[in-house]
Design a protein around this ligand. Structure first.
Ligand code: HEC
Length: 439
């Protein structure tokens, strides 16, 4: 879908360039460029999504002068730069979606757009500052790896049977005993994506229990058998996912001795490749010296899901009134729904008030295939006692059956896994043991 749209806008852009050149008195003319100060703002705030091959549901590129002067995808009578001028001030649908531009950055874009977005000295193409992904790019020594392996044999790659599961669509769990000491904290995580053809996404869970009959070293079908009830989210990867390196003052809580680590991999082998030998998973660094603040995971959202047949924009709302007596710092969000998800947002109601709402995360177009985590606005959002978090999940259901909560892909979920410190603080009284903050 996205590629097709991008292709069309390229074609249109090509035509515009041709007309422009025909108007010139022959000879090569310098290509138009985006002024450097504008390019810097776009590089910092937009290009990761609006690159030449836009990702995360973004409909168009913002990488070149021509891209800004192309007709907008959704409003072809306006040019992209005009729409940029609107959306960077649109409080309901802001661009960038999560981290707002500073007032200096806004002023640079506003000034340029007001004068018709003229060409000026700067780059011909604004490049994404692609951060390299993988263990070899970590600035620390890898201390642990959790990777897919054969059932009962950690040293042999996992062979995915073609056709296994639901038409090649399968969620498997690889079970590890926790290797961590009582005081250990995670400091950096790097995804290892071995067989890109079939690894859809993965999540690492910490758990104090295992499902009946499951043992350390096992590979079991957690899409069918489910997850242990005590499982909490530790880290995850989906296409577009990056290395995570925590600042010096932060460490990530990990499960202690006697507990378990579950690597849950969603395999998507619809083409029935028979030669899959996968070792995907995570490499991480850890420290035995606890850092100043420990980040834990709090689960927000709702377990109470019933999406009626043929429903459009069906909303599921879950609130979290944390039982806290001191401030809690939220550093990021990890929204999670399945295929029917349309959008998800988590708002903070200061002191529970409807007239004092701050957006924590707003995923306006949910894309199951590009799940990622989002930093809190400005990098950190501080919750005060009395604040309430409200998570709204919106779904479309084309089917004739009601869709309910569940682990299987055909079921639905409405979660936002928040990373926050102090670890364990952000929960309801009842949900404390599992990091649940669902009223
Ligand atoms: C995290 C990814 C992401 C970032 C960063 C981002 N955008 Fe977007 N942008 C999107 C998505 C997704 C859409 C489509 C959904 C929508 O319109 O809200 C979009 C749509 C737009 C549109 C509307 C296009 C149309 O035809 O309707 C404009 C304009 C825009 N973005 C400008 C910007 C600018 C300018 C920045 C940086 C200041 C930026 N975006 C940063 C993801 C992003």
């Amino acid at each position: 879908m996205t590629t097709e749209r991008a292709g069309r806008s390229w074609a249109r852009r090509g035509a515009a360039v041709a007309v422009f050149l025909a108007g010139c008195q022959g000879g090569a003319s310098d290509p138009e460029t985006v002024p450097q100060d504008v390019a810097d703002v776009i590089a910092a705030g937009c290009i990761d999504c609006h690159s030449d091959s836009p990702v995360s549901g973004a409909p168009m590129s913002l990488a070149t002068y021509d891209a800004f002067h192309a007709a907008a995808v959704t409003q072809p009578t306006r040019s992209v730069y005009e729409l940029v001028g609107t959306r960077i001030h649109d409080a309901a649908r802001p661009m960038p979606p999560t981290t707002p531009l500073t007032s200096e950055q806004l002023a640079i874009l506003d000034g340029w757009i007001a004068s018709g977005a003229p060409s000026g000295p700067g780059p011909a193409r604004i490049e994404a500052t692609a951060t390299p992904v993988g263990p070899e790019h970590l600035p620390c020594e890898v201390t642990h790896e959790f990777r897919a392996h054969a059932d009962g044999d950690l040293d042999t790659p996992f062979h995915l049977e073609p056709g296994a599961g639901n038409g090649g669509n399968q969620t498997l769990c690889f079970v590890y005993a926790s290797p961590f000491t009582e005081t250990e904290q995670g400091t950096a995580f790097a995804p290892i994506i071995d067989d890109e053809r079939v690894v859809h996404h993965w999540i690492i869970f910490a758990s104090s229990t295992l499902p009946a009959g499951v043992e350390v070293g096992d590979v079991y079908d957690c899409g069918v058998q489910g997850m242990p009830t005590s499982a909490t989210f530790l880290t995850g990867w989906a296409p577009g996912g990056q290395n995570t390196v925590l600042p010096e003052t932060l460490g990530r809580q990990v499960p202690g001795p006697g507990q378990y680590v579950l690597l849950q991999v969603h395999y998507w082998n619809v083409r029935s490749y028979a030669d899959v030998l996968d070792t995907s998973g995570v490499a991480m660094c850890s420290t035995q010296t606890p850092r100043a603040n420990e980040i834990g995971t709090a689960t927000l959202g709702s377990l109470d899901i019933a999406i009626p047949p043929r429903a459009n924009d069906h909303e599921v709302v879950g609130t979290c009134t944390p039982a806290i007596t001191a401030p809690v710092t939220v550093v990021g969000s990890g929204p999670h729904m399945h295929q029917r998800g349309v959008s998800l947002r988590t708002e903070v109601l200061r002191q529970g008030r409807e007239d004092q709402i701050e957006m924590l995360v707003d995923v306006t177009r949910w894309d199951f295939d590009s799940q990622t985590s989002y930093p809190a606005p400005g990098g950190a959002l501080i919750l005060q006692p009395g604040d309430v978090l409200r998570t709204t999940c919106v779904y479309d259901n084309m089917d004739v059956d009601t869709v309910t909560f569940g682990e299987r892909t055909e079921d639905e979920m409405c979660f936002n896994f928040l990373s926050a410190f102090p670890a364990g603080a952000l929960a309801t009284e009842r949900g404390r043991a599992r990091g649940l903050c669902i009223d």
